[in-house]
Every structure is written in C-alpha cells, then in structure tokens.
Design a protein around this ligand. Structure first.
Ligand SMILES: Cc1cn([C@H]2C[C@H](O)[C@@H](COP(=O)(O)OP(=O)(O)OP(=O)(O)O)O2)c(=O)[nH]c1=O
Length: 208
C-alpha cells in the first residue's frame, strides 16, 4: 500500500504522457514528479464520439488516448502510469474541436468573441500494469472580449489557432482576448494539473 492509502500492484517506475502536444509536455513537468517522464504519441481516433455530453466526450477521448498508448507499448507498459488528455471548447452545448483550416478558425473565433464559453479537458491516468484507470474532467469558464473581424483575421494569419481547440491559445497571442477565467488556467492550456496530481496520487505517484 502506498503512503496515501491507495493500493498499487507494482511500484510505478515511469510516467508515459500519451501526447504530442508541446504544451502538455511542458505542463506535466510542473508537477514535480519523482519518476522519469517519457512521451508517446497516441494514435487513437480523435473524432468526437456522437451522443455524449461534452464532458463525457472529452473523458472518452482521454481514455482512448491512454488505452491506445498501453496497447502500443505492450509488455513495456508494465511498471508505468499512462496519462491521456483531450481538450474541447463548448459553446451553448456545442463542441468546438480544432479548426480544419483558417476559414473555420475565423468562424470559431467569430462565435466565441464577446461571450463566455467552457473549456473542458478530460484526463485519464491508466495503470500500465493492470489496465485499471481513473478519468476526470476539468472545466474552466472563459470570457472573451468582443473582437472585430480584422483582429480575428490578423490572429488567424499567425497560424497559432490551427492546432488548438476553439482556435485560440490563451497562453499565446490570444492572451489579450481573454477578459477573465473561472477555474484552472492550466486546464485551458490542455492539462488540469491540480486534478491530474490528485489522480496520480490515487495510483501512488507522488508529486512535489
Ligand atoms: C483553448 C486552448 C486549447 N489549447 C490546445 C490544448 C490542446 O493541445 C489542443 C486541443 O487538442 P487535443 O486534441 O486535446 O490535443 P492535441 O491533439 O494537441 O495533442 P494530443 O492529442 O497528442 O495530446 O488545444 C491551447 O493550447 N490553448 C488554449 O487556450
């Protein structure tokens, strides 16, 4: 039994972050983990599962990413915990993922400007040895200032929106678009660190 009372079948020797997102790769370092962190791309299908509420959809995608990494690692997954995450933007109950092109990015930002929306990040911690997993979702409300079409076009022309849910990055050139947030900032950037730390503790993985 670990210090915090959770049962782990085998000491965890490494954390595998199943993500190609450079933001997630930087954020996970802020947890102050005492075990090595390595990175694996997840080849899980990222299309939004139909018929699920947004928070459930984000959690399903996070679980799929983590499970996909475990499948790919095979026997090498033993002794690891695998983390998967997925971030979506939700406006009036509709899910906005990553824009396909600049036109879609302009359209998304046109809908988000001057209003409030939710950023939801589903996160899964999966025990690579047993396959047992825990999944949760962080929800942050973001209020965006009014933006005119020229400003949106200038931002989209930077290319920054294209790999980001909702077509903006709060940590980048869209920082000045955000009036205020309620909830975890890191959740908006793609990894709810406080929530992830709690999930990791349940698997006996210590953070700072
Ligand atoms: C809203 C918002 C999203 N994002 C990013 C976080 C996620 O990387 C991305 C949403 O895409 P995701 O599909 O969650 O993740 P990803 O494809 O970038 O990486 P992977 O699947 O390999 O883990 O949007 C920001 O960086 N800043 C923001 O303000």
């Amino acid at each position: 039994m670990s210090k915090n009372g959770s049962y782990v079948g085998q000491a965890v020797q490494a954390l595998v972050l199943g993500s190609t997102s450079p933001r997630r790769r930087e954020l996970v370092q802020l947890l102050g983990l005492r075990i090595p962190v390595c990175f694996e791309a997840s080849d899980a299908d990222e299309s939004i599962p139909p018929g699920l509420a947004p928070a459930e959809a984000a959690q399903r995608l996070a679980l799929n990413k983590a499970a996909g990494v475990r499948d790919r690692l095979g026997a090498e997954a033993a002794g690891t915990v695998i983390v998967g995450a997925d971030t979506i933007v939700v406006l009036d109950g509709d899910i906005l993922g990553k824009p396909r092109d600049a036109a879609e990015a302009r359209r998304m930002l046109g809908m988000l400007q001057g209003r409030s929306h939710e950023v939801i990040t589903g996160v899964t911690v999966l025990d690579g040895t047993s396959g047992e997993s825990k999944t949760a979702a962080g929800i942050t409300r973001v209020v965006m200032k009014p933006l005119d079409a020229d400003r949106i076009a200038r931002y989209v022309a930077t290319g920054e929106p294209l790999d980001k849910a909702g077509a903006y990055g709060i940590q980048g050139l869209a920082a000045g678009f955000v009036e205020r947030i309620e909830g975890c900032y890191f959740n908006v950037v793609g990894l709810p660190l406080s929530l992830l730390g709690d999930l990791l503790a349940e698997f006996g993985v210590e953070t700072i």
